[in-house]
Design a protein around this ligand. Structure first.
Ligand SMILES: Cc1ncc(C[n+]2csc(CCOP(=O)(O)OP(=O)(O)O)c2C)c(N)n1
Length: 636
């Protein structure tokens, strides 16, 4: 009989025996593999956190107690135990469960996430809100060791330690971010834990700690002082203790019984505290244990062998970028590549392999990555910051204050520009054209295909008049040939792909290929369009746009960015300040709303941005123009 199928809410776990909880853990693993081998998703992080999630729900009373998952890509087990088991197979599918926690999805998700290192800060907020109201529920933040490389986590810790508010942080340490974890903090954990003396007396230490009465502010209790001295003796400089947070562990994160015991104890202990658990990412599925990086976020795979379904066809933009960057590094000794914990995701793993001395993984630290790049650039290097569009949002001030203001030659290469698909609203790169376009001194490029990406890479690396950015989608390329000798593109010049007198359509990036198809449809209906690959979102090609506006009088823009503040807006601004107020315009792009998760084609259809919808929308726009509704300003 399936135990998992009997669990309607976390309450049901409390009645289960130890053996039953262990059986449940393996049933959960089977369910995860069963579903994710079809849907894809964050398999390895969830396999690693099964026992902790069970123990948390045995000991705490969610939703009264607030469990806050950092990133929340590891919340699938929590979803299975909190009333979402029956539609678990819809996870990350259009209209189905989100792959992350979501306040609108369940009362058991007190806080939504998708970006890393937010849980501690959010938990401090929950703890303070509780204290303001005089309530007494528990607040628990579950944070991975990877997320602890993000500065925001320390800003949170700095506030936790300064308060006497009740708060439990669980550090889920599996030695991995997506790739192996990096940095001094990670080294610190590893060294502290592998201290043989500490390991020898760890259990006795726990016993002493358990007997220490939990009274008042911990720093004042004699017991706490004893415990602190002992720990300092054995694990020199435990940093969390120094920050005023009582530290416990490390303990085995796969031992449900032990976890329940420790959590029960910590539940009754006042003040801020941390439980450090050691887990194995991918636990229980050999291929994922062996290759936790590939199984961090996986596509469909064979549930026996772990092999992925083979994909034929063109290379992805990511891999074309990764390969081309290695070539550029060979050409110019000043170029270095920087990633914020995403070596495979950005294609920088190729540079790491070929030229490790030119590669930097700074951890989940986008703000640092950009400021670090600014320093490198200020001292004559040519740093390439390869950061996903959505994660670069973290570094907005560094882009303005550290890079653009000083006109430093930092090259931002933003993968995942536009819709990313099943990761949904936390991950869509919907804002970069808007958030960069308002920054002085920056150039913004968007390639229409993978060859243009290579040309723009060369352009960005030879440009030396300040920051420059390029964004490209999470997609396979158009299948075009790649130039072996890439040339530089003239800055701010668009490419006319086709001439026609009825309407001028200016498209950006992936939308160029959509517009090409839309233009063919329009042509079959007797509408002849000029189609332009904009190439540059800043500066825009004012000469070309001005000429098309004067000659044709009807301009349409199509982009994969929020319609507010992106390319279309740039064109409208130009038409306005150049006095071309009688030109009819239609700006198409992502809506001024957060776009849900689902496959990119599905989302494009829903947003009426697929080639057919684009041609229909342009057709009706032109009908309005013809009907004398001039000038038409159709902003959607
Ligand atoms: C700001 C930000 N940068 C990058 C990422 C991409 N990312 C998602 S999970 C992850 C690794 C997290 O590692 P850890 O916290 O240890 O969790 P684990 O998956 O190992 O359980 C990264 C880099 C992100 N979600 N947010």
């Amino acid at each position: 009989m399936s135990l998992l199928n009997t669990i309607q809410s976390p309450e049901d776990l409390k009645a289960l025996s130890q053996e039953e909880l262990e059986q449940l853990a393996w049933e959960i693993r089977e369910r995860l593999i069963e579903v994710l081998c079809v849907t894809g998703g964050h398999l390895a992080p969830n396999l690693g956190i099964v026992e902790l999630t069970i123990a948390l729900h045995v000991v705490f009373d969610s939703p009264r107690d607030k469990i806050i998952w950092d990133v929340s890509h590891q919340s699938y087990v929590h979803k299975l135990l909190t009333g979402r088991r029956d539609n678990f197979s819809t996870i990350r599918q259009h209209g189905g469960l989100s792959g992350y926690t979501s306040r609108t999805e369940s009362e058991y998700d007190p806080f939504g996430a998708g970006h890393a290192s937010t849980a501690i800060s959010a938990a401090v907020g929950f703890a303070r809100a509780r204290d303001h109201r005089g309530e007494d529920h528990c607040v628990i933040a579950v944070v991975g060791d990877g997320a602890m490389t993000g500065g925001l986590a320390y800003e949170g810790l700095n506030n936790v330690g300064a308060s006497d508010s009740d708060l439990l942080i669980i550090l889920n340490d599996n030695d991995m971010s997506i790739a192996p974890n990096v940095g001094a903090i990670h080294e610190y954990f590893t060294t502290a834990i592998s201290n043989p003396l500490y390991n020898k007396v760890k259990d006795q230490l726990w016993e002493i700690i358990r007997k220490v009465p939990a009274v008042g502010r911990p720093a004042l209790s004699l017991g706490h002082k004893m415990e602190e001295s002992l720990k300092n003796l054995l694990v020199p400089g435990i940093i969390f203790e120094r920050l005023g947070i009582r530290y416990f562990g490390p303990v085995d994160g796969h031992d449900i019984e032990g976890l329940v015991r420790h959590l029960c104890h910590l539940k009754n202990l006042k003040g801020p505290k941390m439980l450090h658990i050691k887990t194995k990412k991918g636990k229980g599925f050999e291929p994922a244990e062996k290759d936790a990086t590939s199984f961090h976020g996986t596509g469909a795979f064979d549930k026996i062998t772990g092999e992925w379904k083979k994909r034929d066809g063109p290379s992805t933009y990511t891999s074309v970028f990764g390969r081309a960057l290695v070539e550029e590094c060979r050409r110019d000794g000043r170029i270095v590549g920087i990633t914020a914990a995403m070596p495979p995701g950005t294609g920088l793993d190729m540079l790491a392999k070929e030229m490790p001395e030119r590669f930097y993984d700074v951890g989940i630290a986008e703000a640092h990555a950009v400021c670090f790049a600014a320093g490198l650039a200020a001292d004559g290097m040519k740093p390439v910051c390869a950061i996903y569009s959505t994660f670069l949002q973290r570094a907005f001030d560094q882009i303005i204050h550290d890079v653009a203001l000083q006109k430093l030659n930092v090259f931002f290469c933003m993968d995942r520009g536009g819709l990313v698909g099943d990761d949904g609203p936390t991950h869509h790169g919907a804002f970069d054209l808007s958030y960069l376009r308002c920054v002085p001194n920056i150039v913004i490029m968007v390639p229409k295909d993978e060859n243009e990406l290579v040309l723009m890479l060369r352009t960005g690396l030879t440009y030396d008049d300040g920051p420059i950015a390029m964004r490209y989608p999470r997609a396979v390329g158009e299948g075009v040939e790649i130039d072996s000798e890439p040339r530089e593109l003239p800055i701010g010049v668009g490419e006319v792909l086709r001439e026609g007198g009825d309407v001028a359509i200016l498209a950006v990036g992936r939308m160029v290929s959509y517009v090409r198809k839309a233009v063919e449809r329009l042509s079959r209906k007797g509408i002849e369009a000029t189609a332009v690959n904009a190439r540059f979102v800043k500066p825009i090609d004012e000469e070309l746009i001005g000429r098309l506006a004067d000659e044709i009088g009807a301009i349409v823009t199509v982009e994969e960015n929020n319609i507010r503040g992106g390319f279309g807006t740039a064109v409208l601004e130009f038409l306005s300040y150049s006095g071309r107020t009688s030109v009819s315009t239609l700006t198409l792009g992502l809506p001024d709303a957060f776009v849900t998760h689902g496959q990119i084609d599905q989302l494009m259809l829903e947003l009426e941005l697929d080639p057919e919808s684009i041609s229909h929308r342009i057709e009706s726009f032109l009908k309005e123009v013809k009907a004398g509704l001039q000038p038409v300003r159709g902003v959607r």
